[in-house]
Design a protein around this ligand. Structure first.
Ligand SMILES: CC(C)(COP(=O)(O)OP(=O)(O)OC[C@H]1O[C@@H](n2cnc3c(N)ncnc32)[C@H](O)[C@@H]1OP(=O)(O)O)[C@@H](O)C(=O)NCCC(=O)NCCS
Length: 83
């Protein structure tokens, strides 16, 4: 399954909320029987890349994505949900 993304309100960043939301999404995806989770984030969003890596995701490679009519470079990350 593909996670569209996680956005924490600016003044609440760095307090563990993103990790709690991601862990909850992972539990739900496992319960629903998905075997892996993917997410894309812009290559210049180092905070998000570190965040996903710290939560067990590994990088699959780079690609392009249309965002508001513009093409941006993204990193594809994946997490195995297999037991
Ligand atoms: C990425 C994001 C969702 C993380 O949520 P968060 O609640 O801030 O993250 P947490 O507090 O749970 O932090 C978990 C880890 O993420 C990384 N991280 C989070 N904020 C960071 C920051 N400002 N600078 C560097 N690393 C950061 C750290 O590795 C952190 O681990 P640590 O606590 O051991 O240092 C949040 O920063 C955010 O909303 N960013 C803007 C939107 C975005 O880029 N979303 C992701 C694109 S899909």
């Amino acid at each position: 399954m593909e996670l569209a993304g996680i956005i924490v309100q600016q003044d609440a960043i760095g307090k563990g909320i993103g990790t709690a939301l991601l862990k909850s999404a992972i539990i739900s995806a496992k319960e629903l029987g998905f075997l892996s989770m993917r997410v894309k984030t812009e290559t210049n969003n180092q905070n998000a890349i570190s965040f996903y890596r710290e939560n067990g995701f590994r990088e699959l490679g780079m690609g392009d994505q249309e965002v508001d009519g513009k093409t941006v470079k993204v990193v594809n990350l994946t997490l195995s949900l297999k037991k």
